[in-house]
Design a protein around this ligand. Structure first.
Ligand SMILES: NC(=O)c1ccc[n+]([C@@H]2O[C@H](COP(=O)([O-])OP(=O)(O)OC[C@H]3O[C@@H](n4cnc5c(N)ncnc54)[C@H](OP(=O)(O)O)[C@@H]3O)[C@@H](O)[C@H]2O)c1
Length: 325
């Protein structure tokens, strides 16, 4: 089977297309023929040895896939050959097939395409956990999303609006505002040309945002903590800008605000039932047509480096997906 392989730490161009042997299917596992693989920012980190987990090489990046079950391991009764599934695998998705423990599988809703299935778990899973369990977002509150047109950002806009919040989308270019409007944002900041703290205060009658969803870090974090409301919650999601910011503790004191870390993968491992409940609620919204992943670009497997570079160059909106079949 063909796979994009990381053999040494490096940039997306370091990946090589190779023929790899199929892995045996163990107890409690299934083989999945991959139709589509989602591209996520952490994929660019894991191949550069800059991620929390460092898989032994050679390995394929790719945290999530949409595909079809082709073989069942011993003891598997809850899935059948031919089932359309979503796999959450950490790495290994940029490949024609993967072997996945059933605990890391979800049945794909019938109205989802393989591309949408591969574009779902990481972004929606992270954002719903962030807004619901960590952010305690309530209807009527103001939610400021940084990097709002990006992978996780756009799902935070969509879910936040669905949860009844007034959403301010903060983006790096005016062109990215339109997609955020389509997904439920009603107010906008371009942080490359406007002073975010002033604009957000203007938009909120001087109060600031109740919940801030920050997947960007760096200067955007520094600005946003200065426009958080009294008792606000700043959710630390990631550092796409490349700089991990530091927090002057007096700012937390002055605003009586909370800075709350969000590590979705670790939460899902610790509280699998809570994570399944979140997916069940979101899949109901998918079936009702209330949420739908936005896929701005697709690439064939051998062009995985171009797919990753689309993220790194800030050209993509929503999700980038690799179509394997
Ligand atoms: N905590 C968790 O559990 C968790 C889960 C998933 C992802 N993450 C993290 O969340 C972050 C975003 O992931 P993603 O998959 O949504 O990425 P993405 O699709 O590339 O979105 C990132 C956004 O950040 C903005 N950005 C600002 N400076 C940037 C730069 N120098 N390079 C690239 N983007 C920049 C871009 O928007 P503008 O151009 O509009 O500024 C872009 O849309 C990553 O750090 C990732 O590791 C965390």
């Amino acid at each position: 089977m063909r796979a994009m392989i990381s053999d040494k730490p490096g940039a997306p161009e370091s990946l090589e297309l190779r023929d790899m042997p199929s892995k045996p299917v163990g107890k409690g596992e299934v083989r999945v023929a991959v139709h589509a693989a989602g591209v996520n920012f952490p994929d660019t980190l894991i191949i550069a040895d800059k991620y929390q987990f460092k898989p032994p090489r050679p390995f394929s990046p790719g945290h999530e896939v949409g595909g079809v079950v082709t073989e069942l391991g011993e003891g598997v009764s809850d899935y059948a050959v031919g089932d359309r599934v979503i796999g959450m695998i950490g790495h290994g998705g940029y490949a024609e097939e993967v072997v996945i423990p059933t605990a890391n599988l979800l049945p794909m809703p019938a109205n989802m395409s393989f591309e949408e299935g591969a574009a779902f778990t990481m972004t929606y899973g992270t954002s719903y956990y962030a807004l619901k369990q960590r952010g305690d977002l309530r209807p009527g509150e103001t939610l400021l999303v940084l990097g709002a047109a990006g992978g996780v950002g756009l799902t935070a806009v969509e879910l936040g609006a669905l949860m009844g919040a007034k959403v301010i989308a903060a983006v790096g270019s005016d062109e990215k505002m339109e997609i955020c409007r389509k997904y439920g944002a009603t107010m906008f900041v371009n942080y490359t040309k406007e002073k975010m703290r002033d604009k957000v205060k203007d938009l909120t009658d001087g109060k600031g945002a109740d919940v801030i969803y920050d997947a960007v870090g760096g200067d955007a974090f520094d600005e946003s903590i200065r426009c958080i409301n009294w008792l606000g919650r700043l959710l630390v999601i990631g550092f796409a800008s490349g700089r991990i910011p530091s927090l002057p503790a007096n700012l937390a004191l002055l605003k009586s605000c909370d800075v709350r870390g969000v590590f979705y993968g670790a939460w899902r491992a610790r509280e699998p039932k809570g994570a399944l409940q979140n997916f069940s609620e979101m899949f109901d919204w998918v079936r009702q047509g209330k949420i739908k992943p936005h896929i701005s670009m697709t690439f064939p497997l051998e062009k995985a480096a171009d797919a990753m570079n689309a993220l790194l160059s800030r050209k993509a909106t929503g999700k980038v997906v690799i179509k394997v079949r």
